[in-house]
Design a protein around this ligand. Sequence first.
Ligand SMILES: NC(=O)c1ccc[n+]([C@@H]2O[C@H](COP(=O)([O-])OP(=O)(O)OC[C@H]3O[C@@H](n4cnc5c(N)ncnc54)[C@H](O)[C@@H]3O)[C@@H](O)[C@H]2O)c1
Length: 249
Amino acid sequence: MKVEKINAVITGGGSGLGEGTARVLKEKGANIFLIDLNEEKLKNISSELGCEYFVGDVSNPELMSEAVKNLENINCLINCAGIAAGAKIVSSRGIHDFNLFEKVLKINLIGSFNMLRLCADKMQHNSPNEDGERGLIINTASVAAFDGQIGQAAYSASKGGIVGMTLPIARELANHGIRINTIAPGLFETPMLTGMSEEVQQSLIATTLFPKRLGTAKEYGMLVNSIIANPMINGETIRLDGSVRLAPR
Ligand SMILES: NC(=O)c1ccc[n+]([C@@H]2O[C@H](COP(=O)([O-])OP(=O)(O)OC[C@H]3O[C@@H](n4cnc5c(N)ncnc54)[C@H](O)[C@@H]3O)[C@@H](O)[C@H]2O)c1
C-alpha cells in the first residue's frame, strides 16, 4: 500500500509508540485518526499534526463502534493502546489480584480485538488497490509474549494472545484482501518504560545485544511504514528488539 493513500486509525496515539507512529505516517502523507484515553495529550498532538481524534477506551464495544462509525475509507488500523502491570502470583504482598489480571487482558488483548473487528468490518467494503488490498491491521504485542519476566503473567498472557490470534485472522481476512501483522517490541523509550527506575531500565538495556540502548518511537513507526509498503508481509509477528532476550527477573 502507498503510505500517502493510507487512512489510519491509531490507538494509543496520545503517547509513546502510537504517537511516534502518528508522526512518521503524517510526515509521509497519510491521513491519521487518533484514539486514546488521555484527552489532554490527544488534543495537543492532534492540533500539532492537524488530525482528528476520539477519546475513549478501546475495550468498550459500543463506544468504539461510535468512534469509527463516521470514518470513511479506513484502510489501516494500528493498535498501540495498552497498559503494563506487574504482579507475582504469590508473594509477601499476597495473591495476584484477579481483577488486575482481567483488566490487563481486557485492555491489551480484547481492546486490540475490538478495534480490529470494527475496522475490518469497514475495510471489507473498500475498493481493492492494484494488488487486491483493501486494508491492513498492525497490532502491538511485546517480546514479553515470548520471554516474559517474573511478575508479567498478565502482561505476557495479553501479548501472547495477540500473537496467537494474528495468523488465524490473517487466514480469514485474506479472503477480503486485508493483511494483519503484529510487532513485538523490545525496550522502547516511552512513558511506559521511562516510568521505571533508572536501575531497572539499565538492567533491561544490559540484556539487549545491539544497539545497546532503548529503541525510539520513530523506529517503531519506521517498521509500521515498511509493513504498509510491503504487501508480502502478512500473518507475521516481527520482533523489533535489538535482539534483547529478557531475563527471568
Ligand atoms: N515501551 C516499550 O518498551 C514497549 C515494549 C513492548 C510493548 N509495548 C507496547 O506498546 C504499546 C504502546 O506502549 P507505549 O510504550 O507507547 O506506552 P505509553 O504508555 O506511552 O502509551 C500507551 C497509550 O495507550 C493509552 N491507553 C491505555 N489504555 C487505553 C485504553 N483502554 N483505551 C485507549 N487508550 C488507552 C494510554 O493513554 C497511552 O497514551 C503498548 O501496547 C505496550 O504494551 C511497549
